[in-house]
Design a protein around this ligand. Structure first.
Ligand code: SAH
Ligand code: SF4
Length: 357
């Protein structure tokens, strides 16, 4: 069954033609969905009842259902949604935060999930602990935006694909979702305000480099050498550091854009000074920005963040080498970091208690 939010303007035009409806109805439906945020087909009052009936018959899928929310209005808020087939996904709303962005920022960010679970099994991450369940449809990705924006009551102007799942493993649906989120007839968010985070799928990085949208790319590096990275990220066997960096270089060259290396600091795992020096040389070579993130503990996993002195020292090594690096210091902005944890907790508690329905 097609999700109605997966459809582009061209798809709607085709749908109207197939359904014997005039072409201008496509624009009306899109306006209702994205400009007026109509909650149902029935709310689209300038459409004839017959057309509303056809729409309801073809697209009966329920919207995301919010089943949990944590956090507060002035910090990060996390939402747990149930999909039509009962699977759970998380989305996170990060309000404007000058402290986080180091500027007078009115950036309101949503962190979106791209899959249910994750197949990549990084050792430190909650999203992969329970394996991979399925891809999200493009419409399920777009719907997270619409639902969270409605919940927050303010326009969201920045999107990061840093929720559950590996976005580039769900490439076609991701790209479709990005075009709906970007389009003037859709949500209308500029591509430069969208960041795709990947654990390093080199072929898809190149594929993304070749398509015209100027989306930003963040690479979850978390280790500068194959030895360290390979220990915590199984994907490194398939795409070792050198191959990943070559794909990144293609991205930078084709998009004429700086990318970001995300580097979680995990005590005794990837926080050695030698890794910092190697990371600095990768960053300089690609002119990439480095984002250091102290590790957020995950229930059931043994990892911890290093003490603050070690974090600062790591940052200092990067900066003295001339790399553009930041360290996220303040608490409470775990953003994507802890994405996947709410779902895991909920599934655990429901596994022990009543069924979810
Ligand atoms: N699969 C993609 C996007 C989702 S993860 C990727 O790996 O990039 C988004 C970011 O959160 C990644 O950089 C990931 O490594 C990081 N992350 C996962 N678990 C974390 C934790 N417990 N603490 C801090 N960051 C974490
Ligand atoms: Fe998947 Fe990204 Fe978590 Fe790795 S860090 S398990 S790729 S979601």
């Amino acid at each position: 069954m097609t999700h109605p939010l997966s459809l582009t303007d061209a798809d709607w035009a085709e749908w109207m033609a197939r359904s014997g409806e005039p072409a201008y109805r496509a624009g009306q439906v899109l306006d209702w969905i994205f400009k007026h945020r109509a909650p149902s087909w029935d709310a689209m009052t300038n459409l004839p009842a017959g057309l509303r009936g056809k729409l309801a018959a073809e697209f009966p899928a329920p919207r995301l259902e919010k089943i949990r929310e944590t956090g507060s209005h002035d910090t990060t808020r996390k939402f747990l949604f149930r999909l039509a087939d009962g699977q759970l996904v998380e989305s996170v709303l990060i309000p404007a935060s000058p402290a986080l962005y180091g500027e007078a920022s009115d950036r309101r960010t949503i962190c979106i999930s791209s899959q249910v679970g994750c197949a990549y099994g990084c050792k430190f991450c909650a999203s992969g602990l329970d394996g991979w369940k399925r891809h999200l449809a493009a419409g399920e990705i777009v719907d997270q935006f619409l639902r969270v924006e409605a919940e927050g009551g303010e326009r969201i102007n920045n999107i990061v694909f840093m929720g559950m799942g590996e976005p580039l493993a769900n490439y076609d649906n991701l790209l479709r979702a990005i075009s709906v989120l970007n389009a003037p007839w859709g949500v209308g968010i500029g591509a430069r305000h969208m960041t795709v985070s990947t654990s390093g799928l080199a072929p898809q990085i190149r594929q993304l480099a070749e398509q015209p949208l100027q989306v930003r790319l963040a690479i979850s590096l978390h280790g500068a050498s194959d030895e360290v990275r390979g220990r915590i990220m199984p994907v490194n066997k398939k795409y070792p550091v050198a191959e990943l960096l070559a794909a990144c270089a293609d991205y930078t060259r084709l998009k004429k854009q700086k990318l970001t290396f995300e580097y979680i600091l995990i005590r005794g795992v990837n926080d050695a000074e030698s890794e910092a020096r190697l990371l600095a040389s990768h960053a300089l070579q690609l002119r990439a920005k480095v984002n250091l993130i102290p590790y957020n503990t995950v229930e059931g996993l043994p990892w911890e963040r290093p003490d603050e002195r070690t974090q600062e020292r790591f940052l200092q090594i990067l900066r003295s080498a001339g790399a553009d690096a930041t360290l996220r210091r303040e608490k409470g902005h775990d953003i994507a970091a802890a994405c996947g944890q709410l779902r895991l907790q909920t599934q655990k508690s429901f596994a022990a208690g009543p069924a979810l329905n």
